[in-house]
Every structure is written in structure tokens, then in C-alpha cells.
Design a binder for this molecule. Structure first.
Ligand code: NAP
Length: 261
């Protein structure tokens, strides 16, 4: 299936690592132009950009902490200056930072800043260009939005709010034919996930095996490529009548009967 992304411009936040890296590669493989917006210059190698360009498309990286509103504006301005259009935004950057009920108001606010505000800020600044292109927005949320996890109030609140915004923007943007959807990962091995396993548990290997056992489909984690394929489809006009949806790409982890595992 040709997703018809060739020549179109997609911003992927956190697009050089983990799920974001998978998404950038999937868009580039379909001929889309990828703008990787991420925090630190060291996170994007020239090799990575060259690999994205290998199929004959273009790719570009913009650096800055998206917690700063100015940096979100910079991402949009730089993209438009370079390519003159924006066809889609993938809000993906986020961190499960473990700001729980015991952590206090300051940690809670920091966590919301880390995980939520930039989802809004980027779309706000990109809106005129998305209206022109009849673009598509994909918000990467989490199963935690619906299940909770314990000890991570800020992250859970942000992930839940991302689902609220997905529905809200899908409604608000109907007149412009801009589609808005969310994907909900559950268990995907990424640098963030590895860090969590290694820091939160005495025996990370045992914990990993326990988690994998509970994933109904094939008792394995979802790959970043499987996440990315769903995102690329939602960005593309092959999903042209899909909006306001929450897509769980998780091997049945969230919805299938526990007794199956
Ligand atoms: P990851 O491996 O840590 O990659 C996230 C990327 O986002 C990193 O490059 C990170 O940069 C960047 N980033 C984070 N905060 C940023 C900020 N304020 N400004 C600019 N860049 C920022 O994480 P991941 O596991 O792929 O997660 C991606 C998304 O999926 C997140 O929204 C996460 O909540 C969600 N998710 C993941 C899982 C899972 O199983 N992995 C499950 C549920 C939901 P640095 O390298 O500088 O930190």
C-alpha cells in the first residue's frame, strides 16, 4: 500500500529515539519529509539523518526543550521556512517521570509541563499550516491514561489529557478536514522503558519476563516499528475517514480478558 506521504512534511517530537525513531523511519520509508524535533543535539547523529534521507526524501533536525513555548514556536517557524508547509504533527516526546501523590505539587506541575503543554503548543503554532494542507495530528498517549500505574500522577494526568485533547481537536477541526487521532502504547522496549526497568526494580530481567508473560498476543512486547506503522497509516490519506480515535497497539494488553494470560 502506498501511503502517499511523498513530498509531504511531518514533524515528529522526540523523533530520534524509541517509538519516535520508529515513526521517523516509517515516514521516511514512505517518502515523507521528516522534521525531528528533540531536546539535545547529541540525540541526532548525521548517520540517522542520512538514513532517513536514503530513500530520496529530505530530513531535518531541530533542537530545543519543548517545555519552553518559544522552542515549540521555533520548530514550526523553522519547518515552514525550510519547507513552506506542514502536513502532520506527531506529538510523541514524553517521560514517565514518576511524580506520584507523595512527590508534591511542584513535581506534579513539572511533570505536566514535561508531558502535556507542548502537545498543545505545537498544534497551536502549526494550525494555519495544517488548515492549508488539511493535515493530520497523531498524539502518542499511553495505556496509563486508562489503567493508571501507581506513583505517576503527573504522567497519568498528562496522558489522559492527551486523549481529551484528541477528541476536542477532532471536533474543533472538523470544518478544516484536519484529522486527529491518538495511539496508546503499552509495552515497547525503548531507551525510556529500559531506564525505567533498570532503575525501578531490583531484578529488572525478572520483572521484564513477568510483564511479557501478561501480553496476550504472542507474549512479546510491541515493537517500535509496529507502533510506527499505525502512526504512518493515521497520518496518511489511507485513513481519510478516521478521526477522534484511540488506537491501542499493544497485542491485546489493554482490552483482552486477563484470564487469557
Ligand atoms: P524515549 O525512548 O525516552 O524517547 C523519547 C524522546 O523524546 C527522547 O528523544 C527524548 O529526548 C525526547 N523528549 C522527551 N521530552 C522532551 C522535551 N521536553 N523536549 C524535547 N524532546 C523531548 O521514549 P519512548 O519510550 O519512545 O516514548 C515515546 C512516547 O511513547 C512517550 O510519549 C511515552 O509516554 C509513550 N509511551 C511509551 C511506552 C513504552 O512502552 N515505551 C508506553 C506507553 C507510552 P531525551 O533523549 O533528551 O530525553
Amino acid at each position: 500500500m502506498d501511503l502517499n506521504l511523498r513530498g509531504k512534511v511531518y514533524i515528529v517530537t522526540g523523533g530520534s529515539k524509541g517509538i519516535g525513531e520508529g515513526i521517523s523511519r516509517a515516514i521516511a520509508a514512505e517518502g515523507g519529509i521528516v522534521v525531528v524535533a528533540t531536546r539535545s543535539e547529541g540525540a541526532v547523529t548525521t548517520d540517522f539523518i542520512a538514513e532517513l534521507k536514503a530513500g530520496g526524501t529530505d530530513a531535518y533536525a531541530i533542537f530545543g526543550d519543548l517545555q519552553e513555548v518559544e522552542n515549540c514556536k521555533k520548530v514550526i517557524d523553522a519547518t515552514v521556512k525550510k519547507y513552506g508547509r506542514i502536513d502532520g504533527i506527531v506529538n510523541n516526546a514524553g517521560v514517565n517521570d514518576g511524580a506520584g501523590l507523595e512527590s508534591g505539587p511542584e513535581a506534579f506541575r513539572k511533570s505536566i509541563n514535561l508531558n502535556l503543554f507542548h502537545y498543545y503548543d505545537l498544534v497551536h503554532y502549526a494550525l494555519p499550516y495544517l488548515k492549508e494542507s488539511k493535515g493530520s495530528i497523531v498524539n502518542v498517549s499511553s495505556k496509563v491514561a486508562l489503567t493508571g500505574q501507581g506513583g505517576t500522577s503527573g504522567y497519568a494526568a498528562s496522558k489522559g489529557a492527551q486523549l481529551g485533547l484528541t477528541r476536542e481537536w477532532a471536533a474543533e477541526l472538523l470544518p478544516y478536514s484536519i484529522r486527529v487521532n491518538a495511539v496508546l502504547p503499552a509495552e515497547v522496549m525503548t531507551p525510556l522503558y529500559r531506564k525505567w526497568l533498570d532503575s525501578a526494580f531490583e531484578n529488572p530481567a525478572k520483572k521484564e519476563a513477568e510483564i511479557i508473560k501478561k501480553i496476550p498476543f504472542e507474549h512479546r512486547m510491541t515493537t517500535k516499528e509496529e507502533m510506527a506503522n499505525m502512526v504512518a497509516f493515521l497520518l496518511s490519506d489511507k485513513s481519510s475517514h478516521t478521526t477522534g480515535q484511540f488506537m491501542s497497539v499493544d497485542g491485546g494488553y489493554l482490552h483482552l480478558d486477563r484470564s487469557l494470560t
